[in-house]
Design a protein around this ligand. Structure first.
Ligand code: ADP
Ligand code: MG
Length: 254
């Protein structure tokens, strides 16, 4: 697998009036083209900070974050999906979904046709003129994902995108989002404190230590049966072993 992004020896500290908070310490890893990478670590360890550095919103203090192929403008080809869906109630679902295209002045017939296709494919066509409040939590997250995919990003960054949802909805939305990412052949980095979620979706899990985050271990995830959905992975025999392995690593203080 060719690398899409290389993170090398990245460290980052926040400087505030009350002092310095070191968030990341000497982090190195790569993200393969088409890979689904999950990053797990305890709350407050620096996961969101890491994603901000990957997105280019913040610059590392030390080390580097580089796209391996293509020109610098690929940095704009990053999609972000957050815990809150940030849909605007004063806009219809359709006008929410095209918001990114509107802001970037990219409302070409081709791009709008792509939006239509995504809405159709992922079951939101008939809700185009609805308001976000009329959608279920799961549909809202799907709408937020379609808004991101409308911009055709090369890399999707997901920051605990399901943690605001109740457990049952979360399992369903997890399946939906996974299916969409696979179907659209996107490279994705998911950060989460929920290791079951990580194992159920990822090709590889990067385990971070508590703050300042450093990479404790990387675990490749393989299920004997190919093509399992996140829900099916949770029931597969390998799941428990991965859970135990990663749990142990998260809780070791070596
Ligand atoms: P996580 O996403 O893993 O919960 P964050 O990356 O949000 O962790 O935060 C890592 C650490 O950096 C935390 O201790 C947090 O309080 C601190 N931090 C995050 N953002 C800021 C900021 N803007 N200014 C100062 N400290 C911050
Ligand atoms: Mg966070």
């Amino acid at each position: 697998m060719d690398a899409l992004m290389q993170v090398s020896h990245v460290s980052y500290s926040y400087h505030t009036l009350s002092g310095e908070t070191m968030a990341l310490s000497d982090i190195t890893f790569s993200v393969g083209e088409g890979e689904f990478l999950a990053v797990v670590g305890p709350s407050g360890c620096g996961k969101s900070t890491l994603l901000s550095l990957l997105s280019g919103l913040m610059e590392p203090e030390q080390g580097s974050v580089e796209f391996c192929s293509g020109p610098e403008e690929t940095r704009t080809q990053i999609g972000y999906m957050l815990q809150k869906d940030h849909l605007f109630e004063w806009r219809t679902v359709y006008r929410n979904v095209i918001l990114g295209l509107e802001i970037q002045n990219r409302m070409s017939p081709e791009n709008l046709a792509h939006v239509e296709q995504l809405l159709e494919e992922y079951g939101l066509s008939s809700f185009k003129s609805a308001r976000p409040s009329e959608l279920s939590g799961g549909m809202r997250q799907r709408a937020a994902l379609i808004r991101t995919l409308a911009l055709d990003p090369q890399l999707l960054l997901l920051d605990e995108p399901f943690s605001a949802l109740d457990y049952q909805t979360r399992l369903n939305v997890c399946d939906d989002v996974y299916r969409i990412i696979q179907k659209e052949k996107k490279t994705a980095v998911l950060v989460t404190h929920d290791l079951s979620e990580a194992i159920s979706m990822a090709d590889r899990v990067l385990i971070l230590s508590s703050r300042p985050a450093s990479v404790k271990k990387t675990v490749s995830i393989h299920f004997a049966q190919p093509g399992l959905t996140p829900m099916q992975r949770r029931q597969a025999p390998e799941f428990k072993d991965y859970f135990n392995e990663i749990w142990k690593e998260l809780n070791s203080h070596a």
